[in-house]
Write a protein that binds this ligand. Structure first.
Ligand code: AP5
Ligand code: ZN
Length: 228
């Protein structure tokens, strides 16, 4: 069971990934979360990736393929995994095929979260995350229980805390309108074309992600049931 959660920045990969993880008992592997952890830990990879990520560019294929290659060897990936944010280029897609082939496996499902670019800026610029768990919140669409607003209706930063741990939430340095433009450009130019790589295998299911989160989740469940 090897699934790819596919979609532009703000589509809901990080929102629905953990729920699929709970449902199927498979780990969600987010290259974005792994890279952010590397940046925070100031590892060699993190130091190389930080500036590229902040500007909304793509980290080099070699680096992300290396991260995924090491991660999928771990014990908890034995029965499969859910990929979030990988592969993002044709080079990465082909490298993944090769890694899986060595284990006699292949990609069994690609869930494409479809949503027009126009709605993504509001989602991205209102997002707050809990760094350790990767949980996403949104000031309007998914506020944390602790959120307080000031006189002008803006959230008080100190009040933004994770529902489960009570730890502070933060905003991502790449969640700005200008970095989003670059992220969307690379999504359309480099990432969307790899759907053609999977289409012939009949594993791609499109989901309307331009609706409330519960509606999206219902369609994701439907897509998972359609087999593959
Ligand atoms: P990554 O972390 O993967 O970012 P991304 O692809 O830009 O995706 P996001 O995390 O922004 O979106 P999401 O779909 O997870 O949205 P979410 O569910 O949180 O990558 C970051 C960077 O790392 C890249 O730019 C690149 O530099 C590097 N990188 C990573 N992987 C790489 C790779 N393979 N190759 C090269 N470089 C790589 O939702 C967003 C917000 O909207 C949240 O606040 C949420 O609450 C809200 N929301 C979600 N769904 C709904 C809904 N239906 N209605 C209303 N609000 C909603
Ligand atoms: Zn994400």
């Amino acid at each position: 069971n090897i699934m790819i959660l596919f979609g532009p920045p703000g589509a809901g990969k990080g929102t629905h990934g953990p729920k699929i993880e709970d449902l199927l008992g498979l780990p969600q592997l987010s290259t974005g979360d792994m890279l952010r952890a590397a940046v925070a830990a100031k590892t060699e990879v993190g130091l190389k990736a930080a500036a590229v990520m902040k500007a909304g560019g793509l980290v080099s294929d070699d680096i992300v393929i290396g991260i995924i290659r090491d991660r999928i060897k771990e014990e908890d990936c034995k029965f499969g995994f859910i990929l979030d944010g990988f592969p993002r280029t044709l080079v990465q897609a082909k490298a993944l095929d090769k890694l899986l082939k060595e284990e006699g496996a292949c990609v069994t499902k690609v869930v494409e979260l479809q949503v027009p670019d126009e709605v993504l800026e509001e989602r991205i610029c209102g997002r707050w995350i809990h760094k350790k768990s990767g949980r996403s919140y949104h000031v309007k669409f998914a506020p944390p229980k602790s959120m307080k607003v000031d006189g002008s209706g803006k959230p008080v930063p100190e009040s933004m805390k994770d529902d489960e741990t009570g730890e502070p939430l933060m905003q991502r340095p790449d969640d700005t309108a200008s970095a989003l433009k670059k992220r969307l450009a690379s999504y359309h130019n480099e990432t969307v074309p790899i759907l053609n790589h999977y289409q012939p295998n009949g594993v791609v299911s499109g989901v309307n992600a331009n609706q409330g989160m519960d509606g999206v989740w219902g369609e994701v469940l439907g897509a998972l049931e359609r087999g593959g």
